[in-house]
Ligand binder design. Structure first.
Ligand SMILES: [Ca+2]
Ligand SMILES: [Ca+2]
Length: 267
């Protein structure tokens, strides 16, 4: 883990300075070995949402995941993704969204054969930028091959189109991107998380999952496709391990990884 404790990022570094301690501290096994679901429940993280449904559930989940969080700087996201998305078989590499292949973690940047920070909820859908907030929320930021990231651009999510030559199984047409099957549910749960997490306030827009509309409004679609993908591609151990790793760094969890059934209750 390399930190860059110089210059204007200093004020925001407090959280990430804790990172080395977390990596060698009692939370360390969370990255390498996913904690069982029972451990999450035993910790009581979701207790106040238990028994709720629909809009009441969404409100309480928002309250839980918006409380006690650490907002990373956009620069700190580079270091964080090298932890949250490290390859289980080789910790010097990161796993790329949309491909499932790996790349050296140190190979981050803007070159065609490097990886960068993909905003699964496209930044332009709400124009929230990269100040600490939705634009630096680790739950929807993933290492992605630079040119695949560019091909996805700010497209909504839906099915159909032409297959991406560099990332087989992903398809794009004029207004939407279809991730490969193994990433469909992951993408859905990330986008649904963003809707519940960001509900206005703090100078950021109220993000809402909607139809395929494009533009710069705080909307992302298509809801019907995302709900189908959530069902077709269920939560995996790797996704649970990532949820643990993000909680260690950012202080909150994706509710739909822990409680997939809440998606049906809220939508
Ligand atoms: Ca998956
Ligand atoms: Ca919202």
């Amino acid at each position: 883990m390399r930190l860059r404790p110089s210059g204007r990022a200093r004020a925001a570094l407090g959280a990430l300075l804790l990172l080395p301690a977390l990596l060698v501290g009692p939370h360390a096994p969370a990255v390498a070995a996913p904690s069982p679901q029972a451990a999450v429940e035993a910790a009581g993280y979701w207790d106040s949402a238990t028994g709720l449904g629909g809009a009441a559930l969404a409100r309480e989940v928002h309250h839980i995941i918006a409380t006690g969080t650490t907002r990373l700087s956009y620069d700190q996201v580079w270091s964080a993704l090298k932890v949250t998305d490290r390859s289980p078989s080789d910790p010097s590499r990161v796993v790329l969204l949309y491909q499932g292949t790996t790349m050296p973690a140190s190979n981050n940047g803007g070159g065609v054969d490097q990886w960068n920070r993909e905003h699964v909820w496209a930044q332009s859908h709400g124009s929230f930028g990269t100040t600490p907030g939705p634009g630096t929320d680790l739950h929807h930021l993933r290492p992605t091959d630079v040119t695949v990231n560019s091909a996805r651009g700010n497209l909504d999510f839906d099915e159909g189109g032409a297959q991406n030559a560099e990332a087989p199984g992903n398809y794009a047409d004029s207004n939407s991107w279809e991730p490969r099957d193994a990433d469909k549910g992951d993408v859905a749960r990330m986008v649904l998380y963003m809707d519940v997490r960001w509900d206005g306030g703090d100078g950021f827009p109220d993000l809402e999952v909607d139809d395929v509309a494009g533009g710069t409004g705080p909307r992302h679609g298509r809801l019907s496709a995302l709900l189908r993908w959530h069902a077709e591609d269920p939560v995996t151990a790797a996704e649970r391990a990532r949820n643990d790793a993000v909680q260690d760094l950012q202080g909150n969890r994706n509710p739909f990884v822990d409680h997939p059934e809440w998606v049906q209750s809220i939508w």
